[in-house]
Design a protein around this ligand. Structure first.
Ligand SMILES: C[S@@+](CC[C@H](N)C(=O)[O-])C[C@H]1O[C@@H](n2cnc3c(N)ncnc32)[C@H](O)[C@@H]1O
Length: 458
């Protein structure tokens, strides 16, 4: 293939582009008139016809029209799937190349921010997922009413187009089936649907979460407003669907850009669903974080804990602890575990999970890691081992400052964002050696990855 970038106008807005590489979100990248052009669903070395959607001062956004020269790494994906829906950004790329892409993303981020000694870091090959399809244990679908027609599904990225009950080949069959059944019930009971244009109250999002080990299903109806016409009748029918053990209402408002609001009320059934990872049980309430691919979660956690090299006299801090997964799995190996998490329901779940697993040496505290960790140190807690598993934004600068002062002797950082990870390592590598980076593929077909970093004191 001609390696020179071909750039030809075919008509007013269609251009022919040779794809040079993949961007961090899995989109094909080429150049047009010296500007970078992003073309989702195009692969490196392909020659494609693309339609320019929007031109910005430094880049162009385009859409794939036709492939003129196809990459040998292009694969077929399940019939009926629409790649315009988010969450399938790499479904057209061979799985081996997806794994390589995820490792390359980490290497690129390290190169960009160059933490101390970065070119000597051992970055292991991405650990493949045994289940590359139907792995997602949670479906979070938006609901809208358009000219009397109810649509329940997913928005295409950066668009207002809602795909009604899309075929999502990464979603578990059971959660999709329950979403379909709930839609029929919403239609049957004429439940009010929130209107984003008129800002009226009603149902906005339907979240269906399944515990893999027990098959229990938890349904949360996210509403704008509290009293929603026919919601009680709807929840009475939902609880009778197969495997559904609880129905909750979560209230949000039009000012909240997030899916979830702060108030959650149980409408029917059990307080939590119970899942199992490795040897332990975990009760989950609706708003508590839980990994989306339970099979790979076991791999992620067992590798992360192995990297910690825990001893029986250690105090382990499980920071950003969610429902206490990592700390509870490690509790048998250490003297004590202290967990820190902001969401009160998740903290309550974590402390409940300590009891559920008959442990007596773990305690979870509600608050931000930035605030609680220095307090623990001031109170004389010896912080021997630390695991951090922050959201995509990474660690706050104030927390890194605290860590550089406290210097836990063994430290593992789990990151879902190579860019913030690399930036945090710039500061942490003043005091810590980066011994190993291992990527675990939690979300096949997407560009997302999960890195485990083993750090030891210099
Ligand atoms: C990626 S999740 C990890 C949860 C858990 N380690 C697990 O594997 O299930 C990040 C968690 O950090 C919590 N969180 C976010 N910001 C926080 C902060 N500043 N301090 C404490 N927890 C925080 C979130 O609520 C979420 O539960």
């Amino acid at each position: 293939m001609n390696q020179k970038v071909k750039q030809t106008m075919t008509n007013e807005k269609n251009v022919i582009i040779t794809i040079k590489r993949l961007g961090i979100n899995g989109e094909g990248i080429g150049y047009y008139r010296k500007k970078i052009i992003f073309i989702p669903n195009a692969l490196p070395d392909e020659v494609v016809v693309a339609k320019i959607i929007k031109e910005f001062p430094h880049y162009i956004q385009a859409e794939l029209v036709r492939i003129k020269e196809k990459s040998p790494d292009r694969v077929d994906f399940p019939a009926g799937v629409d790649l315009a829906i988010g969450g399938l950004e790499l479904a057209h790329l061979s799985y081996q190349k997806q794994l390589k892409f995820k490792r390359d993303n980490v290497l690129e981020a390290l190169k960009k921010y160059h933490p101390r000694g970065y070119n000597k870091y051992k970055v292991k090959p991405t650990i493949p997922a045994p289940n590359q399809w139907h792995y997602r244990n949670k479906a979070q679908y938006q609901i809208e009413q358009d000219h009397g027609q109810i649509n329940l599904g997913l928005f295409a990225p950066n668009s207002h187009q809602l795909y009604d009950l899309p075929i999502m080949p990464t979603q578990s069959e059971k959660t999709q089936k329950i979403e379909r059944q709930i839609k029929e019930l919403v239609e049957k009971f004429h439940v009010a649907i929130a209107n984003p244009y008129r800002h009226t109250d009603g149902l906005k999002t339907i979240v269906v979460r399944q515990a893999q080990a027990t098959n229990e299903i938890q349904v949360t109806l996210v509403t704008v407003g509290h009293l929603i016409k026919n919601l009680p009748a709807l929840s009475t029918e939902i609880i009778n669907l197969p495997n559904v053990v609880s129905v909750f209402q979560n209230e949000t408002d039009w000012h909240n850009p997030q899916v979830w609001g702060n108030k959650t009320t149980k409408l029917m059934g059990k307080n939590q669903i119970i899942d199992e990872i490795l040897t332990k049980k975990f009760a989950l309430s609706p708003r508590a974080f839980f990994q989306l691919n339970p099979v790979q979660t076991a791999t992620l956690y067992s590798h992360a804990l192995k990297f910690l090299d825990l001893g029986p006299e250690d105090t382990l801090i499980d920071a950003y602890s969610g429902v206490g997964t990592l700390g509870i799995l490690a509790a048998d190996q250490v003297k004590q575990v202290i967990g820190i998490e902001t969401i009160p329901e998740a903290v309550a779940d974590a402390n409940h999970n300590v009891e559920l697993n008959h442990l007596h040496n773990a305690n979870y505290i509600q608050g931000s890691v930035e605030k609680i960790l220095p307090q623990l140190e001031q109170n004389g807690v010896s912080i021997d081992a630390l695991i951090v598993d922050p959201p995509r934004t990474g660690l706050a600068k104030s927390l890194i400052k605290t860590l550089l002062k406290i210097k836990p002797k063994t430290f593992v950082y789990i990151s879902c964002n190579p860019s913030t990870l690399a930036q945090d390592l710039v500061l942490l590598s003043d005091v810590y050696n980066v011994r190993l980076i291992e990527n675990v593929d939690m979300l096949p077909q997407t560009p997302r990855c999960e890195c485990i970093v083993k750090l030891t004191l210099r």
